[in-house]
Design a protein around this ligand. Structure first.
Ligand code: LRH
Ligand code: MN
Ligand code: MN
Length: 424
């Protein structure tokens, strides 16, 4: 849908303004001792996986309002992510959710992904919904279930997801559990945790050597009295027991209001246990809104810890992924905005004057430390992000090209107005 030719025409149109912006920024950053080329290369390398379930409009309990032209097959989902990657060169992977996605002809899917320069990121298991004709029900939990037969079914499903992931050359399994209790007394809290650990250990036994197991946590929802893995501490406890290949995944929406997420990042990285990220934004809970739409300063503070941790800890490579989906915007525009917001926060973190910050910290110069952080945050780094895209052959302004190329109406024409993606 978007060709190299479209991109070069677009970039030529935008180049004059862009080059004056980047020159201005370069002068400013050079003066502070930053090598702009290095920053641009770091940004160009950064890849964020797109979840297959974000390509359609999400919904609320009250309704879903699809905008048309949504992908209805895995092939079409891959094509959509390919389109994003063509536009921004930063979305080079797709994360599948089984059984929302059922890869049938894996060889064909691998070839198609290759055509779009995409890799298969973490595969996600689903033991939070009952599938049609399923022999067991997860109504009262999955890996924590009191019934060993149901626990085994949930474990076997995760093993099946690993098997599928291996075929696709994926390298990680992400587990999010809805397990918990809604009323006091429903669970023996220690028992539920113990059984979950045993089930996870059995899944971990099947994990290939070069894979990782990423374990999410969430304080509430769907259960409103207790979740078996409510917080980073419980996830950390479990992944520590499981072994080296198991790590905690931080989903930004899975915290109680005002939680200091950047501090969680720092603690996990100091223990080499931060495995992955699910980016989104929220005001009230797990709202799954566009990254950076509500709390861009928090995003920056998180990336500030990530950059510091990536330089100064032994934490292994982190899996980056978006986990967002809502009711109103064109999902592809929304994802372009999310990826842009992630890269902006990363760029801001890359221009923190860390030497001066360390000095200010040493002297307990609190005002200076704040000045240093906010100086980076208040710099308009968008030209750096655009430069990284252009360097990789993508568009200076992806959304404007997406709109001028009328991608959505072409997708509607091709797939139909009532094409609705499977998923959440
Ligand atoms: C539920 C959730 C979780 C998973 C996703 C599939 O909270 O958003 O974050 O990663 O569903
Ligand atoms: Mn998530
Ligand atoms: Mn969530």
């Amino acid at each position: 849908m978007i060709t190299d030719q479209d991109i070069s025409v677009h970039n030529e149109q935008k180049f004059k303004v862009h080059s004056s912006e980047i020159q201005h920024l370069e002068t400013k950053l050079q003066d502070k001792g930053f090598d702009v080329k290095n920053i641009i290369s770091d940004l160009a390398r950064f890849q964020v996986a797109i979840p297959s379930w974000a390509l359609g409009t999400g919904g609320t309990r009250f309704g879903r309002f699809p905008g048309g032209g949504e992908p209805t097959s895995l092939e079409e989902k891959i094509a959509d992510v390919g389109l994003l990657h063509k536009l921004n060169a930063s979305s080079g992977a797709i994360s599948l959710h089984i059984p929302w996605d059922i890869p049938e002809n894996t060889n064909q899917l691998i070839a198609l992904a290759k055509e779009h320069n995409l890799a298969f990121d973490a595969v996600n298991s689903n033991t939070f919904q009952d599938q049609p004709n399923a022999e067991v029900s997860y109504k009262f939990g999955s890996l924590c279930h009191i019934d060993p037969g149901i626990r085994k079914a949930a474990v076997d499903h995760n093993k099946e997801v690993i098997r599928i992931g291996k075929e696709l050359d994926s390298k990680a399994l992400t587990i999010w559990l809805a397990d918990g209790s809604t009323f006091p007394g429903q669970h023996n809290l220690r028992g539920a945790l113990q059984r979950t650990h045993e089930s996870l250990a059995s899944i971990y036994d099947d994990l290939p050597e070069d894979w990782k197991l990423l374990l999410e946590y969430k304080p509430y929802e769907p259960n409103f009295y207790s979740m078996v893995i409510p917080d980073w501490g419980t996830s950390f406890l479990l992944v520590s027991k499981l072994g080296e290949k198991a790590r905690t995944l931080v989903d930004l929406g899975h915290h109680l209001p005002n939680t200091n997420i950047e501090q969680i990042v720092a603690v996990l990285m100091s223990e080499s246990k931060l495995g992955g990220f699910h980016f989104n934004d929220s005001k009230y809970g797990d709202d799954d809104l566009t990254v950076g739409s509500l709390k861009p300063y928090q995003m920056f503070l998180i990336f500030n810890e990530l950059v510091d941790g990536m330089r100064n800890t032994q934490n292994p490579e982190i899996s980056w992924m978006i986990d967002a989906s809502h009711n109103l915007k064109d999902p592809l525009e929304d994802l372009l905005q999310s990826v842009e917001a992630i890269l902006i926060a990363y760029a801001q973190a890359l221009i923190v004057d860390r030497k001066s910050l360390a000095l200010a910290q040493e002297k307990n110069d609190v005002a200076r430390a704040q000045e240093i952080l906010q100086d980076a945050y208040r710099t308009d780094v968008r030209p750096l992000v655009a430069a990284a895209r252009m360097q990789s052959g993508a568009a200076l302004d992806p959304i404007s090209l997406y709109r001028s190329a009328e991608v959505r109406s072409r997708l509607v024409k091709e797939r139909g107005l009532h094409a609705v993606a499977t998923g959440l």
